[in-house]
Structures are given as C-alpha cells and as structure tokens.
Design a protein around this ligand. Sequence first.
Ligand code: SAH
Ligand code: DHB
Ligand code: MG
Length: 224
Amino acid sequence: MDIRTWTAVDRYITDLLVLPDSALDAALQANAAADLPPIDVSPNQGALLQLLARVQGARTILEIGTLGGYSTIWLARALPADGHLITLEADPKHAEVARSNIAYAGLADVVELRIGPALETLPRLAVEGHGPFDLIFIDADKPNNPNYFAWALKLSRPGSLIICDNVVRGGAVIDAAIDDPRVQGVRDFYELLATEPRVSATAIQTVGSKGYDGFAIALVTDGK
Ligand code: SAH
Ligand code: DHB
Ligand code: MG
C-alpha cells in the first residue's frame, strides 16, 4: 500500500461522506492559481476538524497557520451565527488569498485574520483579552510547536480542545538520525504533552492523500 492507494481511498471516503461545498472547492482552486503550497488539510481531515468543533460545541476557535483558509472555512462552518474564529498567518500573500476565500465563503464576519508571525500576534490577543478559546488548531511552522502549545494553554480553559497537525511526518518523529528543526519541534511538543498535567492527550497516525502523518488531540483539564 502506498500513497496512490491512500489517495484513492481518501477519494472514496470523500465522494461518499464529504458533502460538496463550492466555497471550499473554490478556495483550493484559488490557492493553486496563486501558487500556494498544497499543504491544506485534506477534505476528510477538514470534515474531522469540523466534527470535533461541533462535538465541542465550539463558539470561539483559534487557528495558528491559515495558508489559504481551507481549514479555516471547515472550522468556521462549525460555529454558531455569533461564533468567532481568529486565524493567524505570517505570510501576507497567503493571508490575501485566504481573506478572499473566506469572504467568498460568506464568513468575513465570523473569521478574523491577523497577519504577522504568530509569536507576535499571540501575545497581542492575550493583551486584548481574547480567549479562552473552545478549540485551538495548531498548523503553522513546526519548530514553534512547543511555543504554540504554551500559548494555546494560556488562551484556553479546562474543557478546551487543542489539535495539532503533522505530528508523525512519515515516521520521522522517531528517526533518531533526523535532526531537522521541524521534526525536533514535533518531538518537543510531545514532551510537553507528556509532562503537562493540565492536558489529557493522544495522537493518531493517519494515511491519506497527504501521505503518512498524524494529528495530536489534547483536552485541557484542571490538572487534578
Ligand atoms: N491550516 C492550513 C494549512 C497551514 S500551512 C490548512 O489546512 O488549510 C502553514 C501556514 O503557516 C503557512 O501558510 C505559513 O505561511 C504559515 N506560517 C509559517 N510560519 C508562521 C508563523 N511564524 N506565524 C504564523 N504563520 C506561519
Ligand atoms: C507541511 C506543512 C503542513 O502543515 C502540512 O499539513 C503538510 C506539510 C510542510 O511544511 O511541508
Ligand atoms: Mg498541516
């Protein structure tokens, strides 16, 4: 079994279970037209994020790493009419494409896009009194995963859900010969999950059209 099979099965699942959404399709087309890297979550992963947000009853969501807003749209569609999603993106070009995709999806009033390195925009959110968020999705530069997790904890409450993408990376996470800072960022993030008393966490390996990777999911607790 290889990525061709995983991609074909993703298509089978998506064709059967993921309802067509012209705004999501249009976002992927706009991303490709603007030459954004095709590293958005897959459709069935987007549907999983949306399901988790609905199970969570999320009214406020924080996303770190917008790209063209594909995962943003999936998550924002889980929110009630008075819900709010803040998404953080460092690259102005990505942000411009995302802003247009989000507006086309009719979510301009629900989604707030903040441009700048997340380690600069996160402290501002805190100062402005944002949070606690019901759900936080970490999907930006991987070396900063430990820092983003620390911020996610600061901006959460017992009951908040923290989800982190790309925590397996083809198995690189356990390959001692790899000292890539992106992989090390994932390992350091696991260490934090393991030692942090205020979360109950697990991670799940996935295969699909994006290859072999995984999600980590952490429920914030009162630490007792
Ligand atoms: N969540 C998106 C994919 C995000 S890809 C989706 O599934 O549709 C990762 C994004 O993080 C890229 O757009 C990249 O520009 C952005 N990024 C990288 N470093 C960043 C930083 N320091 N702060 C905020 N965003 C960053
Ligand atoms: C990469 C980043 C992602 O967030 C992802 O889901 C897949 C790949 C990357 O930087 O290569
Ligand atoms: Mg990702």
